[in-house]
Design a binder for this molecule. Structure first.
Ligand code: SF4
Length: 214
């Protein structure tokens, strides 16, 4: 982080630069670059996959149906958007145009690679204690390349250079694609993982104090 600049100043400058980004083909179809928002001094950062239709239209992360579900799950753990910082692995909407229909698609490896510089600078500025990845693209970018969500979700990792502890959970958009019992099961897993992240922040703060004394 540039000397003498606050994290807010650094993120504002980065967001302004990113708003002009044309590093990958997603620039051609986006409405807004969705850089991220929340408390830049938060010890907990949530990193999702990429913007959907509502996010692209508003420039804000997690504001569509998936965002509403995320907010509900956060609230069950006593967390609001003011407490955390939320961003995505890819900052522009990845979509497929089929006639008059536009539908979301997962970001491609070259798009993830092109966009990584923004996430890198963002996390370097925030320096969270804990990162919760939502969805496989985020986990494979920040935890390890071969990440398998159903096998490894809910497991803490200490290999990510941006935070002391990193874990991945299910993306709310994935949960919304299910109904009935599966929806409830997956939703409960996400709430449990958010609660685990909240508790991990408390542990990480204690760890950091011990480190300072050593
Ligand atoms: S997705 Fe990322 S790299 Fe691609 S244009 Fe948007 S901000 Fe730039």
């Amino acid at each position: 982080m540039p000397e003498g600049e606050s994290v807010e100043q650094v993120l504002t400058a980065l967001a302004s630069k990113a708003s002009q980004c044309t590093r990958c083909a997603l620039a051609a179809t986006r409405t807004n670059v969705v850089f991220g928002e929340g408390n830049p001094k938060s010890p907990l950062v949530i990193v999702g996959e990429g913007p959907g239709q509502q996010e692209d239209a508003t420039g804000r992360p997690f504001v569509g149906r998936a965002g509403i579900l995320l907010d509900e799950c956060l609230a069950e753990c006593g967390i609001t958007r003011k407490h955390i910082y939320i961003c995505n692995t890819v900052k522009c909407r990845a979509c497929i145009v089929e006639g008059s229909r536009v539908r979301n698609r997962p970001p491609m490896p070259d798009e993830l690679k092109a966009c990584f510089g923004w996430l890198d600078q963002q996390l370097e500025a925030i320096k969270p204690l804990v990162i919760l990845c939502l969805g496989a693209p985020s986990a494979s970018t920040l935890i390890h390349k071969e990440f398998r969500m159903l096998a490894e979700r809910g497991t803490w990792h200490t290999t990510c250079k941006y935070a002391r502890y990193t874990m991945a959970s299910l993306h709310p958009a994935f949960i919304l694609r299910h109904g009935g019992d599966a929806f409830q099961t997956y939703r409960s897993l996400l709430v449990g993982d958010i609660e685990a992240a909240r508790k991990k922040v408390i542990q990480a703060r204690k760890d950091a104090k011990v480190d300072l004394l050593q």
